[in-house]
Design a protein around this ligand. Structure first.
Ligand SMILES: [Zn+2]
Length: 183
């Protein structure tokens, strides 16, 4: 292999690479929309053949009054596969982080709601207990009055019986006395 041949090989490979890069970064535009794209943009693929125009560069397109597509962003350096993968990874990580934060936020909110409910329940129970206590006190007082009445009635009844007994005793004594006199 001569040195010349080696040099030629290098040049061929270099040219091939550059042509590939150029192919990859080809800028096209639509005469209808006045927007320019990277040739592999989904929007670029929809451009009608009679509206399709090619540019040497993004600057060339802009010089001719075309604006950059917002999807493929041809006014910015074309992303390599590595850059795309890195962006995807970063996006996924951000997504996972957001999910985690959302989960924690929800957990916190749930805990706060639970604590609030507990507090409200406690207050409600306290109120109900107090009301029940008042009610019981009332019932107890009413029962006491009722018992007092019943006791008084019983006492009166007892006094009546006692009076009746005394009267009977007196009558008996009278009868005895009259019997004695008769004898
Ligand atoms: Zn585009």
């Amino acid at each position: 292999m001569t040195n010349n041949f080696k040099l030629l090989s290098v040049i061929v490979i270099l040219l091939f690479s550059v042509s590939l890069l150029a192919q990859d970064a080809k800028i096209v535009g639509s005469k209808a929309s006045k927007k320019f794209h990277y040739a592999d943009c989904t929007a670029a693929k929809k451009i009608q053949k009679n509206n399709l125009i090619e540019f040497k560069s993004a600057a060339d397109a802009q010089a001719q009054g075309y604006t950059a597509c917002k999807i493929c962003k041809p006014d910015q350096p074309k992303m390599t596969k590595e850059a795309k993968d890195a962006k995807k990874k970063a996006d996924n990580e951000a997504k996972a982080e957001k999910k985690k934060v959302d989960k924690e936020t929800k957990k916190k909110a749930d805990a706060e709601a639970k604590a609030e409910k507990k507090k409200v329940d406690k207050e409600t129970k306290k109120k109900a207990d107090a009301a029940a206590k008042v009610e019981k006190k009332k019932a107890d007082a009413a029962a006491k009055v009722e018992k007092k009445k019943a006791d008084a009635a019983a006492k009166a009844e007892k006094a009546k019986v006692k009076a009746a007994d005394a009267k009977k005793k007196l009558d008996d004594t009278k009868t005895d006395l009259s019997n004695t006199i008769k004898k």
